[in-house]
Write a protein that binds this ligand. Structure first.
Ligand SMILES: *Cc1c(COP(=O)(O)O)cnc(C)c1O
Length: 230
């Protein structure tokens, strides 16, 4: 299937999930997660009027996106992967939105980077470690109100929360929890839902779904048959 057909399929599934939840389709933005995919895989989606894209690595985005953006100025580029403080300046220069703010040291690095780059002010989401998993990024639930206060003290434009539920559990209770946390904090945006679970996320109040493999195909260069041969 070609990329534009996959895109149309995702858009109609998003619309159907919105309808079930009595939410307007425009309440949820589709972020096409283009990590690992080259520019020539991205261009057909831009041609099909997709405008929001997500990348998880600063270096990879720096190599791919300046040329794509020059050709299509109204793109919105989201950083959805973990951000090291020493890459904060580069992230501020490159991205329109950063979904993975999860600690005070990163908040101070981002604030400093924005002070030194006039006109570059990406908006932010706080990432929550919603399943309390030791290997995952995101702040602990209990630390969220204090982290939001710190982000605001540093003049960050925080618009919502982001989370990745545990891989092996039903994501629905985690989506519901993230939506409740956002509501309680008065934050409008909830970045939740990926290829395998975006419909549930939309029904539970997602405002941004991050979809990679269902749009671009599998990221793994290894097919099962290759793996056997290794
Ligand atoms: C890769 C990635 C996605 C997209 O995952 P798919 O399952 O391919 O849709 C979404 N969010 C984050 C944070 C990612 O790293």
């Amino acid at each position: 299937m070609i990329a534009a057909e996959r895109l149309a399929g995702i858009r109609s599934r998003m619309a159907a999930a919105s309808k079930v939840a009595s939410r307007p389709p425009a309440a949820t933005t589709l972020i096409a997660v283009s990590k690992t995919h080259p520019a020539d895989a991205i261009e057909p989606l831009i041609a099909a009027s997709q405008r929001h894209f997500g990348e998880n690595r600063v270096q990879e985005a720096a190599a791919k996106w300046p040329a794509l953006r020059a050709a299509t100025p109204d793109l919105t580029l989201h950083l959805i992967g973990q951000l090291q403080s020493n890459k904060a300046a580069e992230a501020v220069a490159l991205f329109d939105a950063i979904h993975t703010v999860d600690r005070l040291s990163l908040i101070t690095a981002l604030a400093k980077a924005m002070d030194s780059q006039a006109g570059k002010r990406p908006w932010m989401l706080l990432q929550v470690n919603i399943g309390n998993e030791s290997q995952k990024g995101g702040c602990a639930l209990a630390d969220l109100p204090a982290l939001l206060a710190e982000a605001r003290n540093h003049s960050l434009d925080v618009r919502g929360l982001m989370a990745i539920p545990p891989a092996d559990l039903d994501p629905a209770p985690f989506f519901a929890l993230l939506a409740k946390l956002a509501t309680d904090l008065g934050l409008p945006e909830r970045s939740m839902g990926m290829s395998a679970d975006f419909e549930a996320a939309i029904q539970l109040g997602s405002t941004m779904v991050r979809i990679g493999s269902a749009l671009f195909g599998d990221r793994s260069p290894l097919k099962p048959s290759d793996a056997l041969a290794v």
